[in-house]
Design a protein around this ligand. Structure first.
Ligand code: NAP
Ligand code: ZN
Ligand code: ZN
Length: 404
């Protein structure tokens, strides 16, 4: 590795900083990554490192899971003092995503405790570092599922940080940052992140209803765009929850003929209001017969185990079935379901920062927000129970005032 020690940086601090970074990159299994390149690409402030013990950490009050089986409870913790490129946000609203529940309950097998969930974050800028250009104190700002990545690989450079080739995406919670510190999400009063991963919020929309766009919004916008949902296309959406209702709104806004597949008779009328041209109740016998071989693209937004093979029969030749839902159990595909008609089954994860900003701007322009039900931390257990039952219309949003 080349010697990148800045002239005005004491050698002892430089060595300490490099040691920390090397440890972090190797613990993340980043292959042969040149630490100095990562340091400069990530804009670490090598010239002015501040040893952690001298900093003014941001004291934060939140709710954390301490294990897979205990309910979330009050938890006090700290975020780092904002560095030169950091934005400190006081959180006003945070959406409840089904992924919060999957992770807190370790259904994906990757839980790190204590875990402060929440990646649909909307708040007000409280402090900015000296080199921040996008935000000033008092601005609305938003954070989604990521707060950093390697920034030097092909995927990061392409604006697809969620697919970082070095597996160095730092998620907003249940993840470790480049210094090895655990990240904490939006079920708390504050957050600090590099401005490159902080989004600007259209000012004409209800901020509480914007919060869910940061995950449910981008996770559905991105695949619908990628697979060209638009006029002349027939698009299916499976599961009318937080993601599903945003998929309906976007597919409709893009001009596609949109069909909702739901297990809930009580959601049929809502689905039509949200943008569905047709609604199929999948509990009815022979529900698939009328649509066989007619879809260009189907987006699966279901959180629980279900059989996707009947949906594959609804695709046209060469068409795509994409899951954004991530149930605990593996998806099972019968070979005949894809062999006949050369069909593809794939998946999609959130969306990059550039595309997330594009989605927020699109929503500002077209007046699109999430349909929300406000809730508070004293009702968190009840809210999670209702999400699991599919009984929410269509996203819970936590009001952080209930914690302050
Ligand atoms: P949600 O609000 O709970 O919605 C899930 C919907 O799935 C329910 O409303 C229900 O719709 C349907 N459903 C539930 N159980 C079902 C079952 N047993 N069989 C068939 N349908 C069922 O969840 P969400 O927050 O939208 O998240 C959905 C999934 O996406 C979760 O697994 C989440 O972790 C994942 N996710 C992935 C990404 C990504 O980047 N890929 C990002 C965010 C979330 P109906 O009542 O209409 O049937
Ligand atoms: Zn989410
Ligand atoms: Zn990367």
């Amino acid at each position: 590795m080349q010697d990148a020690q800045p002239k005005d940086l004491p050698h002892r601090l430089y060595k300490q900083y490099r040691f920390q970074l090397s440890a972090t990159t190797s613990s993340l299994n980043i292959p042969k990554l040149d630490v100095d390149t990562a340091v400069s690409a990530a804009n670490f402030d090598l010239a002015h490192p501040i040893p952690r013990r001298f900093t003014q950490m941001i004291k934060t009050h939140g709710y954390a899971a301490q294990s897979a089986t205990t309910p979330l409870a009050l938890f006090d913790y700290e975020h780092r003092e904002p560095g030169p490129k950091d934005v400190h946000i006081e959180i006003d609203f945070c959406g409840i995503c089904h992924s919060d529940i999957h992770q807190a309950r370790n259904e994906w097998g990757n839980a790190i405790y204590p875990m402060v969930p929440g990646h649909e974050i909307l708040g007000t800028v409280k402090q900015v570092g000296a080199e921040v250009t996008k935000f000033k104190v008092g601005d609305l700002a938003a954070i989604g599922c990521m707060v950093d990545s390697c920034r030097i690989c092909a995927s990061c450079k392409a604006g697809e940080e969620q697919y970082c080739d070095n597996h160095a995406t730092v998620f907003t919670y249940n993840s470790k940052d480049k210094q090895g510190n655990l990240t904490f999400g939006g079920y708390g009063t504050n957050i600090v992140a590099d401005e490159s991963f902080v989004l600007k919020v259209p000012t004409n929309l209800d901020p509480a209803a914007v919060a869910p766009l940061l995950c449910a919004g981008i996770t559905t916008y991105s695949p619908l765009k990628h697979w060209n949902a638009g006029p002349g296309k027939k698009i299916g959406v499976v599961g009318l929850g937080g993601l599903g209702h945003m998929a309906l709104k976007f597919s409709h806004a893009f001009g596609a003929h949109t069909v909702m597949f739901t297990t809930s008779p009580g959601k049929i009328e809502d689905a039509k209001k949200l943008g569905a041209d047709e609604v199929v109740l999948t509990k009815e016998p022979n529900w698939h017969a009328a649509h066989a071989g007619t879809f260009d693209f189907i987006l699966d937004c279901v959180s629980a185990d279900h059989d996707i093979n009947p949906y594959l029969a609804l695709l046209k030749r060469d068409a795509v079935y994409c899951t954004v839902g991530v149930p605990e159990t593996p998806i099972s595909v019968h070979a005949f379901s894809v062999v006949a008609g050369r069909k593809s089954v794939t998946g999609s994860a959130i969306g990059g920062i550039k595309e997330t900003q594009e989605m927020l701007d699109f929503c500002g322009k077209h007046n699109i927000v999430s349909d929300i039900e406000m809730t508070s931390f004293d009702k968190l257990d009840e809210a999670w129970t209702r999400v699991i039952k599919g009984d929410v219309k269509y996203r819970f949003v936590l009001d952080l005032k209930s914690l302050k």
